[in-house]
Design a protein around this ligand. Structure first.
Ligand code: ADP
Ligand code: MG
Length: 234
């Protein structure tokens, strides 16, 4: 599903350059649930943004679902991004003046889905994350956990092949974090490929594999016995 070879990325700052990713090799099959760990500044977001086609590497190869992602036109890249990828961020990134349903429906608008179908689909995805009754509420009327569930519903409504989550529980307390991980595990149970950036050990162990980034390279990549988040939520 995802394959990267010898990926490099530097940020230029004036005459200096910061080499953040120094030859990353990584492969994830369809249906995997992978945690990407590493201390702050280790390049986790940089890697996820490149995988999410929000940023480009300086060197290396990236293949997503059999498609080489390189030198794509802006339009093509945007098409692939909409078709293949769903995003979830620490800060939810919901649109404040749109209600939960409208937020979930937004990516479908860009996929040119009709208005009626957008609403139906948005409602059904809100239902899946347990928030159907909250459809007409604005983000500021929702708790952090509810906002993140809306963001997950929004990402999934576009039916991406891969879900990329950058510290999805970073702004949440433990109990709420486990609720969000429970949802992520259920989505993965249905066969979706998911990458979760986190610096929390307990969250990482709710994935099936943990990849450790350090000083711009992967220093460890191991399969783990998955802890089910449902054991911690009632
Ligand atoms: P992480 O997500 O693991 O905390 P990041 O990928 O955000 O790490 O950042 C890795 C390093 O790259 C950090 O030192 C950060 O300051 C730097 N960095 C990230 N984005 C930029 C940017 N747009 N311009 C310059 N430096 C950046
Ligand atoms: Mg980060």
């Amino acid at each position: 599903m995802i394959e990267i070879k010898d990926l490099h990325k530097s940020y230029k700052m004036g005459s200096n350059s910061l080499h953040v990713l120094k030859g990353i090799n990584f492969k994830a099959e369809a249906g995997e649930l992978v945690a990407i760990m590493g201390s702050s500044g280790s390049g986790k977001s940089t890697l996820l943004n490149i995988l999410g086609m929000l940023d480009e590497a300086d060197e290396g190869e990236y293949t997503l679902d059999g498609v080489p992602i390189k030198d794509l036109s802006e339009t093509k890249a945007a098409q692939y991004r909409n078709k293949f990828l769903g995003f979830v961020f620490q800060s939810f990134n919901l649109i404040n003046y749109k209600n939960a349903m409208e937020n979930v429906a937004l990516p479908l608008y860009y996929q040119k889905v009709s208005r009626k179908e957008r609403q139906e689909k948005a409602l059904s995805y809100l239902d899946k994350v347990g928030l159907k009754e909250w459809a007409t509420h604005l983000p500021n009327e929702l708790s952090g956990g509810q906002k993140q569930r809306v963001a997950i519903a929004r990402a999934m409504a576009a039916e991406p092949k891969v879900l990329l989550a950058d510290e999805p529980t970073g702004a949440l307390d433990s109990k709420t974090s486990y609720e969000v991980m429970d949802l992520i595990q259920k989505i993965n149970d249905e066969g979706n490929t998911i990458l979760v950036v986190t610096h929390e050990e307990d969250i990482a162990h709710m994935c099936k594999r943990i990849v450790h980034l350090k000083d711009g390279v992967i220093v460890e990549d191991k399969k783990v016995e998955q802890v089910r988040a449902s054991e911690y939520v009632q």
